[in-house]
Design a protein around this ligand. Structure first.
Ligand SMILES: Cc1cc2nc3c(=O)[nH]c(=O)nc-3n(C[C@H](O)[C@H](O)[C@H](O)COP(=O)(O)OP(=O)(O)OC[C@H]3O[C@@H](n4cnc5c(N)ncnc54)[C@H](O)[C@@H]3O)c2cc1C
Length: 247
């Protein structure tokens, strides 16, 4: 059983309407980049908890999550209303296997995210794992509006730490945005525009791909990747892509 621990909100950032990061002071240090914890509030006498990927690096404080408000959801509206000093419940132990722990080293690591799926990759990129296992790391963040492109300063800082090894691509689907490709990640993959832009090809011989975010992107991306010969990675049978579906 995973025990609940009480945590204090120590930071809050509103990126745009309905898009937030929350930071907590909590005794959670021992996790693998890519894992999640549950965050809960007691609502009308019931503890309502949902999983959230950790954004901070293992061992780093504060604990941080990145989420969007789902207006009809039970947890995210009250979660968005929290302020520093408020308290929440967190699971004491992180879970999940969307990590690089059992992945075979390859030349290129592709990290594809829609929306708040970016958060899990920030923890991975802040850890030594991708830089130990791969020569090149490509992060692709797909959003609807340019204003949803959060954490650009953090990504600039990571890019500065690994010159020539880190490529970030923004894909904006519902408006034209100066620094971004136009369209959904899966359409940019199908048409080859994404790989032409990066200058690398996704290939089972050289690539491992991680997919995180909404179910439509993951479902469509799987079909595209499997048509190119990539197979799902499992602990027992190493493959070329892994997935984490948020909704
Ligand atoms: C392993 C795992 C890790 C996750 N990590 C994150 C994370 O880091 N950040 C994050 O924002 N979410 C994450 N989620 C989703 C999160 O757990 C919640 O489902 C979400 O925040 C909505 O919570 P809720 O209680 O308000 O609504 P819920 O009762 O959870 O969902 C209500 C409805 O909204 C849909 N929905 C859920 N999430 C979204 C969304 N982001 N956008 C639009 N519709 C949605 C659900 O499919 C459902 O139909 C993760 C989910 C899983 C399984």
């Amino acid at each position: 059983m995973n025990d609940w621990v009480k945590a204090r909100v120590v930071g809050k950032h509103r990126w745009t309407e309905g898009l937030y990061s929350l930071q907590f002071e909590a005794p959670i240090t021992d996790f693998v980049a890519g894992q999640y914890i549950k965050v809960a509030l007691d609502i009308e006498g019931e503890r309502v908890g949902r999983p959230y990927s950790l954004v901070n690096a293992p061992g780093a404080q504060p604990i941080e999550i990145f989420f969007n408000e789902v207006p009809q959801g039970p947890l995210t509206p009250p979660l968005s209303a929290l302020s520093p000093g408020d308290t929440v419940w967190l699971t004491a132990t992180a879970s999940g296997i969307f990590t690089l722990e059992t992945v075979q080293p390859a030349r290129d690591l592709w990290l594809l995210a829609t929306g708040t799926g970016l958060g899990v990759y920030l923890s991975i990129l802040r850890s030594p794992d991708p830089w130990r296992l791969f020569e090149r790391v490509v992060l692709v963040h797909g959003v609807r509006q340019g204003a949803d492109l959060a954490y650009s300063e953090t990504l600039d800082e990571i890019a500065g730490r690994y010159p020539g090894r880190f490529t970030r691509v923004a894909a904006v689907s519902r408006e034209s945005w100066p620094t971004a490709l136009s369209g959904r990640i899966t359409d940019l993959l199908t048409g080859g525009e994404l790989e032409r832009h990066v200058g690398l090809t996704i290939d089972p011989a050289t690539s491992h791909v991680m997919l995180c975010g909404n179910s439509a992107m993951i479902k469509d991306a799987k079909v595209i990747l499997e048509a190119r010969g990539l197979v799902r990675h499992r602990r027992q049978t190493p493959g070329h892509y892994t997935t984490e579906q948020y909704h």
